[in-house]
Structures are given as C-alpha cells and as structure tokens.
Design a protein around this ligand. Structure first.
Ligand SMILES: Nc1ncnc2c1ncn2[C@@H]1O[C@H](COP(=O)(O)OP(=O)(O)OP(=O)(O)O)[C@@H](O)[C@H]1O
Ligand SMILES: [Mg+2]
Length: 257
C-alpha cells in the first residue's frame, strides 16, 4: 500500500485468528481508502464538467453583447478571461479523467511500448514547429504504472520543452539500477533560479511578460508532478547545459530477473 498499490490481499486473512482479524481489518481499510480516493477524483471530474455549461453560456452572451453593442475593450476582456477559464477547466477535466481510478489500474509494461508513441508524436510536433527533438534509446526494462496517467505527465514536460525551446530539445532515458532517469532539456530562456521550485504549483506561470501572454493554463507541470508522485517517483527542475530548462524525473523500474 505504501507503494501506491491499493489491492486487497486475501493472503492476509489466513492463519491464526489474530492474524485473520488483523488481516481483515487491513483489507477493509484498503477498500475504504480506495473508495475515498475514487470519490474525490470523481468529484473533481464532475465539478470540472459542470463548470463548463455556465461558461459556454457566458461566452454566448458575450458574443451577443458584442454584436449588439459593437466592440469594446471591456467585452474583449470578458472574452479573454472566459477563454482562460475554459482552458483551465479543460485541463482540469483532462487531469481528472485520467486520474479517476488510476490507483486501481496498475500494469507492468516494457518502457518501449509505453514511450514509443509519445516520443514519435513529440518528434513530429517539434518538426512542425521547425525545431529538432533528439531522443536517446529507450532502455529495455519493465515498469509498473498507470500508462495513461504517466504518459500524460511526460507529455506535459516534453510539450513545454518544445514550446519554450528555441531550436533544440533533448530527451534522454537511462536505467540506473532499478531507477529510470528521464531528462528533458531545451535551449530556450529557461526559468529564473528562484522560481525553479514554484513552476510545479498549480496555475503558476513564470513572472516574465513572455509567459503572461503565452496563454498556457499553468497546470501542465502540476499535473505531471502529481502523476509522478503517485508512481513513487520524483521530479525537479534545473538549468540545462543547453541554456534553457532541464526537467529531471526519476521513476522506479521493475527489478531485472
Ligand atoms: N521548458 C520550459 N522553459 C521555460 N519555462 C518553462 C518551461 N516549462 C515550464 N516553464 C514555465 O513554467 C510554467 C508552468 O508550466 P506548466 O506546464 O505548468 O504551465 P503552462 O505550460 O503555462 O500551461 P499548460 O497548463 O498549458 O501546460 C510555464 O508557464 C512557464 O513559465
Ligand atoms: Mg505546459
């Protein structure tokens, strides 16, 4: 359970009566914790979903007002803010949909079948933006994870690098013992030293003018951090030798037989 695997173990309810009782209580606790997590995840998902309809009506009303009254800076402001809200809710919805029951669905998979599609898509996306993304070979190891949740975390990190990098993005995956070390670096402007820890906070955007206008929700890295923590991994940001940001992720691998 400490590793995030919330499964009931029938073995616990065997043996002498004291062990059986303790085992049964433990299994009940597992079930209760499971239910609590699922309920909370569902609540988040329902709320994000419900927030959408009034927002859609707000934007329709704004468009109508615009037509009646003509363009005005106030109406334009309402539209930008509504757009921003819509984006944040979209992200929250995305996060909550992958999170629902994520603690119940863990599977062991080869790294290559987990990452290959994501890496290929990223390379394609970088190319479209006239940037070069290089990837090292994917180690031939197994990992126990919730594939969708973990891949959405990595996607957020790589997408940032593609977005904020100027020409070059490097993704490297290395197995060190039973730990996977993933590094994503770019040659963009990076993040000021004193903000390196803050970028993992929900809705946090770096305080330069560039970022205030670039229009992200500021949720990508918070989502990534959350998912990686759920997989008993770690994430940190530092300055990259390329000049931009380095995001370093470690995740536990299955031991080699
Ligand atoms: N590779 C990077 N280079 C420079 N700054 C970055 C990089 N990655 C993240 N940041 C900074 O950290 C902030 C938070 O990133 P995060 O991915 O959480 O949000 P976002 O990209 O703004 O929006 P979104 O929710 O769409 O991902 C960004 O707004 C940006 O200021
Ligand atoms: Mg982002």
């Amino acid at each position: 359970m400490a590793k995030g695997v919330f499964e009931i173990d029938p073995e616990l309810e065997k043996g002498t009566s004291e062990f059986r009782q303790a085992g049964a209580s433990f299994n009940q606790m597992v079930e209760a914790v499971n239910m609590m997590i699922s309920r909370q995840q569902r609540l988040l998902s329902d709320i994000s979903h419900e927030l959408r309809s009034p927002l859609t009506r707000l934007r329709m009303a704004q468009a109508l007002a615009n037509r009646k009254l003509g363009d005005s800076p106030d109406l334009a402001r309402i539209d930008t803010e509504a757009q921003r809200l819509e984006q944040m809710i979209g992200k929250l919805l995305e996060l909550s949909s992958v999170q629902v029951d994520s603690h119940l669905n863990r599977e062991a998979q080869p790294l290559s079948s987990l990452c290959d599609a994501l890496l290929e898509d990223s390379q394609f996306e970088a190319e479209q933006m006239g940037k070069i993304l290089t990837v090292t070979d994917v180690p031939e190891r197994l990992m126990t994870c919730h594939p969708e949740l973990l891949m959405s975390a990595l996607e957020n990190i790589i997408r940032n690098a593609i977005h904020y990098g100027k020409h070059q993005i490097q993704v490297s995956l290395q197995a060190k013992g039973d730990v996977l070390l993933l590094q994503v670096e770019d040659d963009g402007d990076g993040v000021p030293e004193d903000e390196l820890d803050s970028i993992f906070r929900p809705f946090y955007r770096v305080s330069t003018a560039r970022d205030r206008h670039s229009g992200g929700a500021g949720l990508g890295l918070a989502i990534a951090e959350n998912a990686i923590r759920q997989h008993q991994g770690s994430i940190r940001a530092a300055r990259s030798a390329l000049g931009g940001l380095l995001v370093e992720v470690t995740l536990p691998l299955l031991s080699e037989p």
